[in-house]
Design a protein around this ligand. Structure first.
Ligand code: PGA
Length: 250
């Protein structure tokens, strides 16, 4: 059995003061949760305060991006070494907003995945097709390419440290969700790709989150699917009631 893994992606929301206060509320509201993993992905400037607030709690902190070099003349970038020392455990990589607004390529994302693992950070690798790709029947081909490219050069041991978030781009922030059955089908397919790239163990053990307009109203049906192991939640992770309800899916 894969342990459920619910992640909030706060995107570019909340100031350091707001983020710290919200982290405290979450910590108190979710302190009794023991049978699932919880994470919040926060802006770089919010990492220090949120890490401090969540120290010793059952909630991990992730960065939402990073550069792949350890240090150097890369103005405006943040390195895996810096993130590690700042206390994050995970880093969200290849989010569709990074791919489509900031032009990240599969090749860059592969370098970032490798750099994260080399520096002791656990990647949450986002994949997912655009609406036009879905309409052309290319969902599987796109997800296969994104997984194959992102895992290039990773040993089996490294592959086992990656979490995948399947986020159909047309479902992000739009209120449209893939049906639980459709999402499950893509998740099952991604597992097949992992089995081909590695073996049955990697396919079986890798956690695949669903993302894209996850909310209290649809989380239970999504989590009831065999291949959906968690969620990457954007908008609904910004409020205490909705995020705690999602974490407490039944
Ligand atoms: P959403 O975002 O839940 O607001 O659709 C999900 C994501 O982008 O990770």
């Amino acid at each position: 059995m894969r342990r459920p893994f619910i992640a909030g992606n706060w995107k570019m929301y909340k100031t350091p003061t707001e983020a710290k206060a919200f982290a405290r509320e979450l910590k108190n509201a979710l302190a009794d949760v023991k049978d699932r993993d919880i994470l919040v992905g926060v802006s770089f400037v919010n990492i220090a305060g949120v890490v401090e607030e969540l120290k010793g709690s059952n909630i991990w902190v992730a960065a939402q991006n990073m550069y792949y070099e350890k240090e150097g003349a890369f103005t405006g970038e943040v390195s895996p070494v810096q993130l590690k020392e700042a206390g994050v455990t995970h880093v969200i990589l290849g989010h569709s907003e990074r791919r489509h607004i900031f032009g990240e390529t599969d090749e860059m994302i592969n370098k970032k995945v490798k750099a994260a693992l080399e520096n002791g950070l656990l990647p949450i690798l986002c994949i997912g097709e655009l609406l036009e790709e879905r309409e052309k029947g290319q969902t599987e081909a796109v997800c296969k390419r994104q997984v194959e490219e992102a895992y290039k050069g990773l040993s089996k041991e490294e592959a086992l440290k990656v979490t995948i978030a399947y986020e159909p781009v047309w479902a992000i922030g739009t209120g449209k969700t893939a049906t639980p059955e459709d999402a499950n089908q893509v998740h099952a397919y991604v597992r097949k790709v992992l089995a081909e790239l590695y073996d049955a163990e990697v396919a079986e053990k890798t956690r695949i989150q669903y993302g894209g307009s996850v909310k209290p109203e649809n989380i239970d049906a999504l989590m009831a699917q065999e291949h959906i192991d968690g969620a990457l939640v954007g908008g609904a992770s910004l409020k205490l009631d909705s995020f705690t309800r999602i974490v407490r899916f039944q």
